[in-house]
Design a protein around this ligand. Structure first.
Ligand SMILES: Nc1nc2c(ncn2[C@@H]2O[C@H](COP(=O)(O)OP(=O)(O)OP(=O)(O)O)[C@@H](O)[C@H]2O)c(=O)[nH]1
Length: 520
């Protein structure tokens, strides 16, 4: 059964501090019902519900109010003519069932008929029409299960995702992970407080934590601003947006701090205006980023679209025009937890792009741009992972300086490119070629047996002599000198390397002597 707010409540003057039936009767006869409803009001309000015929089962009455500092039900028992009181406010709810977002009054007036239950509620702010809904036991437990499980799941998701981002921050040190933890985690903490979960868990605390959600919200948005700035690398790529988000962060932080000094009612409206501004910001940023083909925005857009729809529903539920809409808190919470999942997906997209960027830099830092062969860094990595049988070839081109001087550097480049191609094609099936200097190349080859190694060494020597002739066919001055050393000759890779180098040097000297002899 649903009892509408209009004309239901009467304002209890502030000077009435004793809450008893006599005072209630006095207020009732001296005041008029508030026909427009108590939405947007604060303070204490009174109503009377007549129970004409009680079947003996327990009924559950839920006032549609998220924040209740005082909630008392009082009646006179027919049998004993005594005043009975049930306090079902945030702090004294041990006898009432736990229902997130609301307070519940269990009504069990055995055998009573024609009883009037006086209901007194007081809060700093009533953001909705405070209608009353009366549930039978079966209906109430069904509603309680649905409401509590949905809300707990959503809050747990937010808190866990916040914790996950925090852990990612401790492992990676990336600022985006901590701004994400603040964004997601503070939403979780805010809703844990606003739903009454904190009070339910720590019932000894005499503070109504359901108000705290509003105070935490601006700080969550401050973190969200910085998260968006980090996500789209605004400081490097979108300076104006970075500035705007920084200003919004400062405003949010200032609002969050100053909320302690203003009335809760004002804080409530400030937080809701901030939520609307934030939705506009997120939707605009995601659309702009999508139009720039920055697909990190895709999850951000989906999550925030969903959140904005739920927020529109929530706002409508707080508006007289739409009346009482079902489960606005659960709707927002579910949408928000999906939004938080999308935010974590944005974070993973950011890390994915960083990984791609890192791989690119890693690759580029190991590649020689002229020949596309590995450089000395890449060689060092290969040398630290050698198999059982290997040999190293040290190659130095002849005549590069002469070609540079005679035909220009571009022609010298052509010699390097052509020579590199011929060498790497020869080596590829069994090993890798690296360019380690202007005209110096090192090849590392491995085989499964020593016998294979010796025969391959023979083949490679022969082929390099052929490449020397091929180069000479293009440039008379060009050629190559090489030296080979295997792992039987040197104990370590660096020993092999120096042996191959000195072999190459000897080979070059020999070639020079032969050339000189020919000229004489
Ligand atoms: N075109 C071109 N020249 C380069 C490049 N890197 C280094 N050089 C030049 O290559 C020349 C190498 O000189 P040298 O070490 O004397 O080599 P060389 O003329 O082949 O003589 P030897 O090695 O003694 O046989 C130097 O003049 C460098 O400036 C490059 O990437 N492109």
């Amino acid at each position: 059964m649903h009892i509408k707010d209009e004309g239901l409540w009467r304002a209890v003057p502030e000077n009435i501090t004793e809450l008893n039936i006599n005072n209630y009767r006095q207020v009732w006869s001296n005041t008029l019902p508030i026909t427009e409803g108590i939405v947007g009001k604060s303070g204490g309000f009174l109503t009377k519900i007549n129970i004409t015929n009680n079947s003996g089962q327990t009924w559950f009455l839920i006032p549609n109010a998220n924040f209740l500092d005082i909630a008392r039900a009082t009646w006179i028992t027919n049998s004993k003519q005594e005043e009975e009181v049930i306090d079902f406010s945030q702090f004294h709810n041990s006898s009432a069932p736990q229902l997130l977002h609301f307070q519940v009054l269990p009504i069990q007036v055995d055998g009573e008929t024609n009883t009037s239950i006086w209901l007194y509620v007081s809060a700093k702010h009533f953001p909705t029409l405070v209608s009353l809904t009366l549930y039978s036991s079966a209906d109430f437990y069904r509603y309680q299960t649905m409401n509590n499980s949905l809300s707990l799941t959503a809050i747990s998701i937010m808190l866990l995702l916040g914790l996950l981002s925090f852990l990612i921050y401790t492992r990676t040190g990336h600022r985006i992970a901590i701004t994400c933890a603040g964004y997601v985690g503070l939403h979780g903490v805010g809703w844990a407080a606003a739903s009454g979960l904190v009070n339910d868990l720590f019932s000894e605390i005499q503070i109504n934590w359901s108000y705290a959600g509003m105070y935490i919200f601006p700080f969550a948005i401050a973190c969200a601003c910085q998260f968006v700035s980090d996500l789209f690398e605004c400081k490097n790529q979108h300076l104006k947006l970075a500035k705007f988000l920084n200003i919004l962060t400062i405003i949010c932080t200032f609002l969050g701090l100053s909320m302690a000094l203003i009335s809760f009612q004002l804080s409530f409206y400030v937080s809701h205006i901030l939520a609307m501004i934030w939705i506009l910001v997120t939707l605009s940023v995601s659309v702009i980023m999508m139009s720039k083909k920055d697909f990190r925005a895709k999850y951000f857009l989906i999550g925030n679209l969903l959140y904005s729809f739920s927020l529109a529903y929530y706002m409508a539920a707080h508006n007289k025009m739409f009346g009482a809409l079902d489960n606005p808190e659960a709707v927002v919470l579910i949408a928000l937890s999906v939004d938080c999942l999308c935010i974590i997906l944005c974070l993973s997209e950011w890390f994915k792009l960083k990984q791609i960027e890192f791989n690119r830099h890693f690759y580029l830092s190991r590649i020689d741009p002229l020949t596309q062969l590995g450089n000395r860094y890449a060689l060092n990595e290969t040398l630290s992972n050698l198999g059982e049988h290997y040999f190293i070839v040290y190659i130095d081109f002849d005549g590069l300086k002469a070609i540079n001087d005679k035909y220009g550097h571009a022609e010298g480049d052509k010699l390097i490119e052509k020579g590199a191609k011929l060498i790497s094609n020869l080596i590829k099936p069994k090993g890798t070629t690296f360019r380690v200097g202007g005209d110096e190349f090192i090849c590392v080859l491995s085989t499964s047996t020593y016998a294979d190694l010796l025969s391959l060494q023979q083949i490679i020597s022969q082929s390099l002599i052929e490449i020397n002739s091929q180069l000479k066919a293009f440039w008379a001055e060009a050629g190559l000198s090489f030296g080979i050393a295997n792992n039987q000759q040197g104990n370590t890779a660096s020993e092999c390397l120096s042996l191959a180098d000195s072999e190459m040097y000897k080979y070059k000297q020999l070639k020079i002597r032969v050339e000189t002899a020919k000229q004489i």
